[in-house]
Design a protein around this ligand. Sequence first.
Ligand code: DGJ
Length: 725
Amino acid sequence: MITFGNNLFHLKTKDTSYVIGIFEGKLLNLYWGKAIKCVPDLEDMLAVDYTRTFSSTDIMWNGKKMSTNDLTMEYSEYGRGDFRTPAFYGVDGEFTTASDLKFDSYEIIDGKYKVEGMPSVYAEEGDKVSTLKIHLLDVYSGLKVTLLYGVYEDFNVITRAVIFENTADKPYRLNKALSMTVDFDSKEFDFIHLSGVWARERKPQRTYVKSGTMQVESIRGTSSHIHNPFIALVSPETNEEYGEAYGFNLVYSGNFVAGVQKEDYDITRAFMGINPIGFSWILEKGETFSTPEAVLVYSNNGLGEMSRKFHKLYRTRLCIGVYRDIKRPVLINNWEATYFDFNEEKILDITKSAAELGVELMVLDDGWFGKRDQEDCSLGDWTPDTRKLPNGVKGLAEKVNNEGLKFGLWFEPEMVSPDSNLYREHPDWCLHQGGRDRTLGRSQLVLDLSRPEVCDYVKGFMSEILSTVNISYIKWDMNRYITEFGSPAFSGEKQGEIAHRYMLGLYDIMEYLTANFPHVLFEGCSGGGGRFDPGILYYMPQIWTSDDSDGLERIDIQYGTSLCYPYSAMGAHVSAVPNHQVFRTTPIKFRGDVAICGQLGYELNLGILSDKEKEAVKEQIKTYHKLADVFHNGDLYRIITPENSDVAVNQFISEDENTVIVCVYVMRGRPNNAYKYAKLKNLDLSAVYVDENGKEYSGEFLSRFGIKIHPDRDYASKIIVLKKK
Ligand code: DGJ
């Protein structure tokens, strides 16, 4: 619900309040936290003391002894005395940069706004969601800045985005256009972000916020393995269960920046949006520019509650398509079983042995097209390699279907190999900057998706194969970072637009394909988890979490990922031992118990397993079918996190709260190790819970005493299922 009165906007969700004030025409951020019931008075909230000692360095604002630099601004401008990092800046026709944003008008609308050309969270019939639009005008340049707020009452979430419109006759060049800033007055914070590298993605990092600026960013053209577009500001004492946590996540898959700045008067500014490095956008009269959406979550009950709020929203109001709600198939992927070295016979062998154990979908990975025996050729030539597949992909798909499995196929649609017919025909279709070198990554170049004809080409070949072959699933890979953002299709002054135009092109293709082939399940991938972000998640309800499929490593990766993203989004496979990335050998049970919480798959030749291991796989799949709904639609409680621990424990509770699953992993056994107690959360203390052997426990016992774990054996694991009696 959104109210306006006494120059205050009050954005109310069930448990939170977000208050914006209008003061002397400026928009101020006055409160964000636990729900407030009082009708606050602006003067009281502002705490602007006109008599305080005015610093000799302060800039006077409208002739007053006060400065925008000292206030908590809602969307800060550049050049008139707020010296902190601005939310936006640009150059108008006069080559001037200072702007003076003034409140103009507002609208409160039922339902949720949409972001032009980009994914964003949505509302469904019956949702208590409303939109606030605050129109500001830069009195100097005529730039209209509209701040958009989506208020999700029941989800306890606020979303933000911004639209810029040039109302003047002269062009306006935006050089920075963030999706949001939030200023916090006098709060101590730790800054949490998810950082990593290929095959070791999204490790939570936590640092105390001192004065200065700390930020994570990407200029790699993807959200990247290195930093995720998620940050949190939490009180120094905040843990999983207690304390304040403010989470921010950008619904975007390209270059971003997200950070925190602490300056004068201990005001802390959080900021997030498109990375201004390399970015500029020219607005002619009447043209608009929309920023991607930022999702804002407040929790007063620690990181756990923050995560659960993100999870619920993303599970139900971010992913589109039928697979949001239906159970997805257990898959077998041939990549780690064969790499490029396969033929129809090998794939069918893998398929048959998988079918016997209960696998439902066979995914043919890289190497099925052109003459791709290694990674340096053929991307762009999406015709089946008949040396490997004499009956083409269509013939293989039919045979796979005859074994009772659905068929899925790998693509890397955004790429072109220099050694490909596509490149020989259209050497200017890749991103490049004039005659400068075209930097290769994994021996390939990136198609110029800022150009509609290139996007049409991608839509065309994808549609062709999807219309002629019985394909139920696409793995959409993207294996390099982007360099030389440039396009000959645009004038020199518009080259700063190419990185974002690339993203708009990509989203346009995904929009087209998901709309036209709604029965296809898309799984995102970018060299593993290099583009694990809400932008991709909107179109593709699951993402290949990491190229590291080792069970032990995956505990860390899935833990970090779960800070913001639900388990239903995580592609999780059981692979061979010794593991191909870290050469570790772990039991099949352990690997299965780790993968089972995500979207379960297998990535090895199941045919060569021992009979005992095959039985274990059969059991895993059966258990998965029984429990997937709780893993994917239930609430997650991280009971013992893997950081600095020999043990990790996750608890999931079903939506109806009748089923509780406890996943216990011993990551490192030590002789005579101290016991650990997994004290369960959010149970009914007066209820009795029964495990699969019929043993009964009181809710109180499980919560107060907990499940006793003796971590003395490497890679011991347990999935405990408790039903409320
Ligand atoms: C990177 C992916 O993450 C892998 O799973 C595999 O699909 C390879 N690319 C294929 O080139």
